[in-house]
Design a protein around this ligand. Structure first.
Ligand SMILES: NC(=O)c1ccc[n+]([C@@H]2O[C@H](COP(=O)([O-])OP(=O)(O)OC[C@H]3O[C@@H](n4cnc5c(N)ncnc54)[C@H](O)[C@@H]3O)[C@@H](O)[C@H]2O)c1
Length: 391
């Protein structure tokens, strides 16, 4: 990475965090990822819904006492009034809050990096896309697995025609660890993911599924036009769906199969994607995410691995260290922050910033993801009837 832009910018990009406190699952990952390249620093935060935890989380990140907030609205108003205000906010709350928080910060002129799924529902997603367009702010959706260089290489190979026209898309996010496969005895101990009053009965589609669907579209450039979904609940005492099989027709004539599960017993993470074209296929598995298999029909398989020369340019732009030294999940996540920060700095400096955003998950991707979820939910309610995905 050319670090001269950071030198010209003269400081790190200032980040504020909403959510992601010591009581969260994903907060620590964001904090590591944003710091990996030294382009960002967290300077403000309303990091928890619990004021005590919000304060402790802010102190642990060495935030200035007057920039540790216990209410994100307070943070919005006070940061907006500061001469050294944050450049961007990271939204790492449960999905219900993504829309109000992102909208409010965008409207005050802040850039936003938000966790997935984009919003609670499709209507909010469309409205958020309008806000991003009308404010002209930078927005990135944290589909972190697209940060893996080998996922980008898969995308470049499809685009270059290396497997021919895409026919079949097979994606799964099938988790099976005890922490998600089993429901606690005491319903009060359930995570919000497993509470129907939080993200609905089909919350699985946003929580796990949105990554797999986005990955399918990211690699192939194709989007589902109609779906047939079958969802079920297996874990005793559970009140939400914990398994979903979705068949999808994609534009361009490709067919796809998506499987999302919390009860794939024995699986760990389980995110896998297989793309079959006319002349060969590609296989990528998150748990061995530094490797991409290309299988040309009738020829030996090709093992692409991060760090070698000759990869696509947007792969090289997110590769740090040489072959044989794994960068892994945290640095894949950091690639989102690298490009997001570079876009912010370039725009401040009056340089072209859109190239940095070209390979990042966008608000439009989030809207398409929410449309897919809405159609799949409707299909399941109608016994798996084919249901159009709104455009
Ligand atoms: N990209 C990924 O791979 C990945 C992985 C896990 C979770 N996620 C996403 O990250 C988001 C958070 O998930 P999680 O598992 O960390 O949830 P969590 O419940 O563990 O943490 C949520 C955090 O938000 C805080 N919060 C809640 N309401 C708040 C408010 N009003 N103001 C300030 N903070 C508030 C909580 O206190 C907590 O710190 C979700 O959208 C989830 O889908 C993404």
């Amino acid at each position: 990475m050319d670090r001269s832009m950071l030198e010209a910018f003269g400081r790190r990009v200032r980040i504020g965090m909403v959510g992601g406190g010591a009581d969260s699952v994903i907060g620590r990952t964001h904090l590591i990822a944003m710091r990996a390249d030294g382009l960002c620093e967290v300077v403000a935060g309303a990091m928890s819904v619990d004021p005590t935890i919000a304060k402790a989380s802010g102190r642990q990140e060495l935030l200035a006492p007057d920039r540790i907030y216990t209410d994100w609205r307070d943070m919005l108003e006070k940061e907006a009034a500061r001469p050294d205000r944050i450049d961007a906010v990271v939204v790492a709350t449960p999905p219900r809050l993504h829309f109000p928080v992102a909208k409010a910060f965008l409207e005050k002129g802040f850039d936003v990096l938000s966790e997935k799924p984009l919003t609670h529902d499709l209507a909010e997603a469309r409205s958020l896309a309008d806000v991003v367009r009308s404010t002209g702010r930078i927005f990135c959706l944290a589909h972190c697995y697209t940060g893996y260089p080998m996922v980008r290489q898969a995308r470049a190979l499809v685009e270059a025609g290396s497997i021919g026209k895409v026919r079949l898309i097979d994606g799964e996010f099938s988790i099976g660890t005890a922490g998600v496969a089993l429901e606690p005895d005491d319903p009060a101990k359930r995570h919000w993911r497993f509470r129907p009053d939080q993200e609905g009965k089909a919350g699985l589609l946003g929580e796990a599924g949105s990554h797999a669907y986005h990955m399918a579209s990211y690699i192939t450039g194709l989007h589902a036009v109609s779906v047939s979904a079958l969802m079920a609940t297996y874990a005793p005492r559970r009140e939400v769906f914990d398994n979903a099989y979705i068949t999808a027709k994609f534009d361009g004539g490709a067919h796809g199969r998506l499987w999302y599960s919390y009860v794939a017993a024995g699986n760990d993470h389980g995110l896998t994607i297989k793309i079959y074209g006319e002349t060969g296929s590609l296989v990528w598995w998150q748990e061995e995410g530094e490797i991409l298999w290309q299988k040309p029909m009738g020829k030996p398989a090709i093992r692409h691995a991060r760090g070698y020369e000759g990869m696509a340019s947007d792969v090289e732009a997110v590769t740090r260290i040489r072959e044989g030294h794994p960068e892994g999940y945290l640095l894949a996540f950091a690639n989102l922050y690298r490009l997001f920060a570079q876009a912010i700095m370039a725009r401040h400096l009056g340089r072209p910033h859109l190239p940095f955003l070209a390979s990042l998950p966008s608000v439009e991707d989030g809207v398409k993801g929410m449309a897919f979820i809405e159609a799949a939910t409707l299909s399941n309610e109608q016994g798996g009837a084919w249901t159009k995905v709104s455009s």
